[in-house]
Design a protein around this ligand. Structure first.
Ligand code: ZN
Length: 326
């Protein structure tokens, strides 16, 4: 295995391009896969490139997928799907594939745009929601998770506050969506550590990663600065609709579930479908579902009470029958 002198140039830091040319700089067999009993899919290889637009897992954001296309001298092309992408402790980016590509192979990388855009919407939406939760309620974001259906933010509430009301959640949701409509641009700045520490002292940044060298600061114009290595949309408008879902108490504070962009549209559609189904079963309009369910529950309770009463009467009747002289 070649010694990695320089790690891959990360094209996604400064460019939204999802197609790029690169050269394979290293390849190794994935050790975890070597012990895997399922060999039907082919062995798993890790490939390093001199430059890449593939985002590796990090900062709560999942990895990109896509393909690497290599062209043989004969002109034949080989399409190699990229299953996952990870960064190792040395900062190298490894692309996980099922076909080996030897060092020096020239490839064209194609990042799956649908998956990337979705991740950008959820991740940028999280930046925005975290900024609005802080501005409106003084709630700090402790952590973020981007899930396959919904994403979550764990909030540490302001001292003295022990819960979030529906009105507060609606206020945050409205304010975040208004900033979406404003279409504020995202900018990327590279700053020296001294400058980053100055921004932290001034309160422009809330925290800094433990990294050496220049730092990547992502600015949402007029809203916040954030030291972040993730991928973002070009303007807040591209986040699309933001919708807050349920909240729950967790050990370190409150977990708020949310979704952005097309996920928000799909979630609303699914909610509508479910509610429509229930309304149809109950033969009422959607708006009358809560009242009808409440009335059915009350009728059920009253019926259960009546059954219990009648069972008691029946038992007494049976005892009386038993003791009657023949
Ligand atoms: Zn970010």
């Amino acid at each position: 295995m070649a010694v990695v002198a320089e790690t891959a140039k990360r094209l996604y830091y400064d460019s939204a391009a999802l197609e790029f040319d690169a050269v394979v700089t290293d390849i190794r067999l994935d050790s975890r896969d070597a012990s895997s009993p399922d060999k039907s899919a082919g062995q798993l290889w890790q490939i390093a490139l001199d430059r890449t637009a593939f985002y590796p897992e990090g900062g709560g954001q999942p990895w990109d997928t896509g393909v690497l296309v290599a062209t043989a001298r004969s002109g034949a092309t080989l399409e190699v799907p990229v299953e996952r992408v990870e960064e190792d402790e040395h900062g190298e980016v490894w692309h996980y594939v099922r076909k080996p590509l030897v060092e020096g192979t020239e490839v064209t990388g194609h990042v799956n745009a649908t998956r990337r855009v979705d991740h950008e919407q959820q991740h940028s939406g999280q930046h925005l929601l975290s900024a609005v939760f802080l501005r409106e309620l003084g709630a700090q974001t402790a952590s973020f998770h981007l899930g396959s259906a919904f994403s979550t933010i764990d909030l540490a509430l302001r001292e003295g506050q022990d819960r979030l009301s529906d009105a507060e959640l609606s206020r945050v949701e409205d304010a975040a969506n208004e900033i979406v409509f404003e279409g504020r641009p995202f900018y990327t700045h590279w700053v020296q550590p001294e400058m980053a520490h100055l921004m932290l002292e001034r309160g422009d940044l809330r925290k800094l990663p433990k990294r050496e060298g220049p730092m990547r600061i992502v600015q949402m114009q007029g809203i916040e600065f954030n030291a972040c290595g993730g991928t973002h949309v070009a303007t807040t408008g591209s986040i699309g609709a933001i919708t807050l879902r349920r909240i729950e108490k967790v050990r370190q504070g409150w977990r708020v579930e949310f979704c952005c962009g097309l996920r928000a549209v799909r979630a609303a559609r699914e909610d509508h479908r479910l509610l429509g189904g229930i309304a149809k079963t109950l033969s009422v309009g959607a708006a009358d579902v809560p009242e009808r369910v409440e009335s059915l529950l009350e009728k059920g309770k009253a019926a259960a009470k009546e059954v219990k009463k009648l069972q008691g009467e029946l038992r007494r009747f049976e005892i009386a029958e038993d003791v009657k002289p023949a």
